[in-house]
Write a protein that binds this ligand. Structure first.
Ligand code: ZN
Length: 330
């Protein structure tokens, strides 16, 4: 979840967002910025930071050089999270979904006149965490947004967002981060290129996850878990051993790491391995992971331990002979 209080005075886009940012600020300068904008892109690549930078630019009274100025009254309020014309909607604590009551409150807000400046801004992040009722409640605001109101939706699973929402927004698919830019940016966090490379690889190329691993001091734990999953997929680590390593992890975390390892294995496999019994089983298991991920993101609350045990057990049974991993371990 994105912190939206106690911000730096100026919110700038991330280095790999330069092209998208220049398009957005151009649209704004020409009075062509859409009132319902959907920022889509991979998870942990900084979409919410881009939405924050754009929100603060929209609210700023004296923007110059394409960024919020950082010192006007509006900028001071947006930095402290107390700007009355700004709402940031995300799942409330311990919830995975944006609820209808939250959306209703925001719809009411969009119907009022801006109090401080000329514009009001609402960010929904992630927009696909709205349940169906919440999404329906938002439709009218998206259809006929007030002239002074900008709705910025942030989303990494476009398919999870109802078509009714998607069709009412202008979708901007953000440019994927470039590895060299990610490393240069991470170097400022870690101060060490080798560590930046290690973290970025562990995070499957997602820079903000790499940054989080650094600050949470979680890289070692993740590395051990990934190694165990690699072992599970190649018959060298048992399901209970995997379960023990994920004892403190969430279901989402387990599914995400398992999916990443399985995709890596399938990418490296040879054609004849993919059509073997094990190969077909791997694709079926991959589908099962996606199904579970969708259920969890839609608000299902499965028994964590049961899911991890059952799924690890299936992988052990189906791929435990290590045949799929033959010759392709790297
Ligand atoms: Zn300002």
């Amino acid at each position: 979840m994105m912190e939206h209080t106690g911000l730096q005075s100026v919110s700038a886009p991330l280095p790999w967002q330069a092209q998208d940012w220049s398009q957005l600020s151009q649209q704004l300068a020409n009075g062509k910025l859409p009132h319902a904008l959907l920022l889509a892109g991979n998870q942990y690549t900084g979409k919410a930071r881009l939405a924050m930078a754009l929100s603060r630019l929209l609210l700023c009274h004296q923007s110059s050089g394409g960024l919020n100025c950082g010192h006007c009254h509006a900028c001071q309020l947006s930095a402290s999270g107390s700007h009355g014309d700004f709402r940031w909607l995300q799942p409330e604590e311990k919830s995975r979904v944006i609820k209808i009551d939250q959306v209703r409150a925001v719809v009411e807000f969009t119907n009022k006149t801006a109090g401080l400046g000329q514009r009001k801004v609402v960010v929904l992040a992630p927009a696909d965490s709205m349940n169906v009722n919440a999404a329906n409640a938002l439709l009218k605001s998206l259809e006929e947004p007030a002239a002074d109101t900008y709705l910025l939706l942030v989303c990494h699973r476009l398919h999870s967002l109802p078509a009714t929402i998607r069709s009412r927004c202008q979708i901007l698919k953000l440019v994927a981060p470039d590895i060299q830019q990610c490393l240069a940016w991470l170097d400022q966090v870690t101060g060490d290129r080798a560590q930046s490379e290690h973290l970025l690889a562990l995070a499957d190329g997602r820079p903000l996850l790499a940054e989080q691993l650094f600050y949470d001091d979680a890289a070692d734990t993740l590395a051990r878990r990934r190694l165990a999953l690699q072992g599970l997929l190649t018959g060298q680590v048992s399901a209970p051993e995997v379960g023990a390593l994920f004892a403190e992890a969430s279901v989402e975390e387990f599914l995400a790491q398992l999916a990443a390892e399985l995709q890596g294995l399938l990418r490296r496999a040879q054609a004849k391995q993919l059509t073997s019994r094990q190969g077909r089983a791997a694709f079926t298991l991959s589908d099962e992971i996606v199904r579970l991920q969708r259920a969890v993101s839609a608000g299902a609350n499965p028994n964590r331990q049961l899911i991890i045990e059952a799924l690890s057990g299936k992988f052990e049974r189906e791929l435990g002979d290590g045949r799929l991993g033959d010759n392709i371990q790297s």
